[in-house]
Design a protein around this ligand. Structure first.
Ligand SMILES: [Zn+2]
Length: 276
């Protein structure tokens, strides 16, 4: 079901550009258990309802089935607030992967793409990604680039430095890129790449996955990024649910982002970028 607008009244409407809906993912299940999140579609719907979240961009990050548009479409049927994101796995591409991706974009199932450098040993600047980046440019949808800290200790950090995004953003000026989790811990690099390139954005997701005590550590860093970029249109609110609970994460980001920027960061920027 779609969430009725009238429920929200004058409260801040929110688009969360970064949630996960691969409900079988063991690490995510573990963290969700720890923080009390109900890691199901119904649990997601309830948290959205409770927190005025109107749309969620869903990263169905099942690497055994990358570009799974069928599952996203099914989830969207049950919960219309879901916005689909196609996951690209460069080591599992098939001959028809690009064509399938284009079909899912054209029919509205995917409104963004995501690459996960670090989770596989491939840099975001790898040429295998370029046809997908160009496709995103053609349809004017953004590409998320995983940057910084990884959930798995088996991932490799050298592949996911946000500075690499500068390279693809310059080479492909018609494609918009989103650096995830502000590049944590490379906040300075992420801020510079976002400030410098008109086609680069960043999201606020997952800065203290499962560890609320870390929030103090991040406040000054987030503040630095906001001040450095000097453009509230470049920052997108994302939580990384179920790694964090929506309520506490909204409050955390709200407490750092200046009030006059809330409408853009929590809603307008995503609405414009994802054409929602
Ligand atoms: Zn995430």
């Amino acid at each position: 079901m779609q969430l009725p607008t009238r429920l929200f009244g004058k409260q801040q409407q929110i688009i969360d550009v970064h949630v996960h809906t691969f409900f079988e993912q063991p690490d995510a299940r573990e963290i969700a258990r720890g923080n009390g999140a109900e890691f199901t579609l119904e649990g997601l719907r309830k948290e959205c309802m409770a927190n005025n979240v109107q749309s969620v961009c869903s990263l169905y990050n099942n690497f055994d089935q990358p570009l799974d548009s069928k599952t996203i479409a099914e989830q969207k049927q049950s919960f219309q607030s879901i916005v689909g994101v196609g996951i690209i796995h460069p080591l599992k591409l098939k001959k028809d992967s690009l064509a399938k991706t284009e079909k899912a974009i054209a029919d509205g199932t995917f409104k963004a793409l995501k690459v996960y450098p670090g989770y596989y040993p491939v840099f975001s600047i790898d040429k295998r990604f370029h046809p997908f980046y160009k496709l995103a440019g053609k349809y004017n949808i953004p590409v998320y680039v995983h940057a910084g800290d990884t959930l798995s200790s088996e991932a490799r950090l050298k592949y996911c430095r946000p500075l690499d995004v500068d390279e693809v953003a310059v080479d492909l000026p018609d494609t918009n890129f989103i650096i995830t989790q502000m590049g944590n811990p490379w906040f300075i690099d992420a801020a510079e790449v976002t400030y410098k390139n008109p086609n680069v954005y960043l999201d606020t997701a997952g800065l203290f996955a499962g560890m609320v005590s870390f929030s103090k550590l991040y406040s000054s860093r987030i503040q630095y990024v906001i001040d450095y970029i000097e453009d509230p249109r470049k920052i997108l609110y994302g939580s990384d649910w179920p790694m964090v609970r929506m309520k506490e994460y909204i409050e955390f980001i709200k407490s750092i982002v200046p009030k006059q920027m809330h409408q853009k960061v929590f809603y307008d920027n995503a609405k414009r970028l994802f054409k929602l």
